[in-house]
Write a protein that binds this ligand. Sequence first.
Ligand code: FNR
Length: 387
Amino acid sequence: MPVITNIDDLKRLYKRRVPKMFYDYAETGSWSEQTFRENTSDFDKLYFRQRVAVDMTNRTTATQLIGQDVAMPVALAPVGLTGMQHADGEIKAARAAEKFGVPYTLSTLSICSIEDVAEHTTKPFWFQVYTLKDNDFMQRLFDRARAAGCSAIVITLDLQVQGQRHKDLKNGLSAPPKLTAKSIANMMTKVQWGLGMLGTKRRFFGNVIGHAKGVSDPASLSSWTAEAFDHALDWDRVRELIKMWGGKVILKGVMDVEDAKMAANVGADAIVVSNHGGRQLDGTISSIRALPAIVDAVGDKVEIHLDSGIRSGQDVLKAVAMGAKGVMIGRAFVYGLGAMGEAGVTSALEVIHKELDTSMALCGHRDINEVDRDILFVPEDFEGRWS
Ligand code: FNR
């Protein structure tokens, strides 16, 4: 068993174990990847204020996200095709999250279905939906999520149209995949991954195939994905979806103060300040830069979460200090999953927790709920404010 001390260790192992096309799928951003890069590098521009001789006993990172108890202010982000990173990936990740005491978010575009994940877990998870044109399908997704006991719906708002990732096009990663000879040759070298895939029946989009109109098999997926996303999405539609669900709602993909105000007005329980991990609008600012203005504008009206670029507990602490109630992690858990399955996701959560707890203590705090901006040095030109 390799010694894992940080998320980069998991990433290195992940790169070795998972076929290149799925590694590339996660480890990329859209177009020039500027936003993808800055999501992580901008965290390095924030500095901690070290404090000493402060009682650091009895520390806690426990808090609440949308009223639910969590062991630390971290949730697993929705990640499509998680079940291609590791056999039964969504089930493995959900189980690790459940054991650790943090929420898991299942993507609509997952390999394991809502029912699959519910059957293999004991606590409620969150379910993410894209805004799709087919209202009957949306209604059925909500019904299925309700029947599975999901405790919140995450509505992703930043994928009305899709950003382009060059590597995915070159690797033939589409729905369904168009495997190139190179990809197939590469897959053959990933023995553990391949054995896992041969040993599971879950290899296609479990929430869509057999559920969406006209999608009875993987071959019919491509016409569905080309047509499915609702380009006409507006705030009235968001209101309708919130009403249709009738439970807790998190709106994901908000980067602008005006949009954050609309999100608070339509009655979201939380918003996620997110640029989709740099996979959508390349050239926009990092999420951590966008956060402060949004916190100032609506922080007293709606709970604010952040994702994009979190790779350590230090990043979590910085996001919380800048005003986020919690964060979502995407790639950080995917690295763990691809590296070592469920144990790898647990390892990613342990690494992040340890870093968060220790850094919080060294900043002179014992309780994550008391952390504020006082622990940070923020450069004058850091914040992304448009006016
Ligand atoms: C995503 N993301 C995403 N978001 C979403 O709402 N539904 C989805 O199906 C997916 N799929 C997906 C696949 C992969 C491979 C990645 C890396 C990301 C975005 C995700 O929820 C989250 O916003 C980002 O991953 C956060 O950035 P970091 O933590 O990966 O830097």
